[in-house]
Design a protein around this ligand. Structure first.
Ligand code: GSH
Length: 205
């Protein structure tokens, strides 16, 4: 059993989707972020950073194993269950590159763009220009990649696709659209139609 501590946010939906894709038995422990569940001592024991998602994996030899940070969780699941990751050294490296681009690049820029757009956007025009510009640039990197590859890592559908999908489907959060990015729009629709993705999204509400 995989305990998934999460909430229905772009980072939070990644893990139920990956669990569904890999056929991992799991249960969702829903945190209410507005009520501060992510800062309670029992949750900080699993994720000292006080953010969702985090998991406790009961189905591994040295378990139960806690894992936090969505990218680390995705890699942990891919490697322990043997799926959603490119083959061999080159395939693994390709998946990691595209995965880390999401957690270190697209995600934070989307998050910061959304943050400064909410509230009083006129107070922070430079921050919005910077973060929204970087968010748009990352979308364009993905669109360009998908002109020559069916999936981001160039090998197959992977945790890198799942990580990016969970943010790209919410481009409006950063005040952006996929207009003019037809490959990215098609890839987003293709992933959204996968039965496992639908089940993962439904599981978290
Ligand atoms: N780098 C972290 C980011 C996690 C993150 O920022 N999660 C947000 C939801 S998408 C959160 O927990 N927000 C609650 C808060 O800021 O207190 C990851 O990829 O897991």
């Amino acid at each position: 059993m995989l305990d998934i501590h999460t909430a229905p946010t772009p980072n939070g939906i990644k893990i139920p989707i990956a669990a569904e894709e890999l056929g991992i038995p799991y249960r969702v422990i829903r945190l209410h972020l507005a009520q501060g569940d992510q800062r309670r001592p029992e949750y900080l024991a699993i994720n000292p950073n006080g953010r969702i998602p985090a998991v406790v994996d009961h189905d591994v030899p040295d378990g139960p194993v806690p894992v936090f940070e969505s990218g680390a969780i995705l890699l942990h699941l891919a490697e322990t269950r043997g799926g959603l990751i490119g083959p061999g050294i080159a395939g693994r490296a390709a998946t990691m590159g595209w995965l880390f681009l999401q957690v270190g690049g697209l995600g934070p820029n989307f998050g910061n763009a959304g943050h400064f757009l909410s509230g009083a956007p006129e107070a922070n025009p430079h921050a919005i220009m910077r973060f929204q510009g970087e968010a748009r640039r990352h979308l364009q990197v993905l669109d360009t990649r998908l002109a020559s590859q069916e999936w981001l890592d160039g090998h197959g559908y992977s945790v890198a696709d799942i990580a990016h999908f969970c943010w790209v489907r919410s481009a409006s959060y950063a005040g952006l659209t996929l207009d003019g990015m037809p490959r990215l729009a098609e890839w987003t629709a293709r992933i959204a139609a996968r039965p496992a993705v639908r089940r993962g999204l439904a599981a978290i509400g």
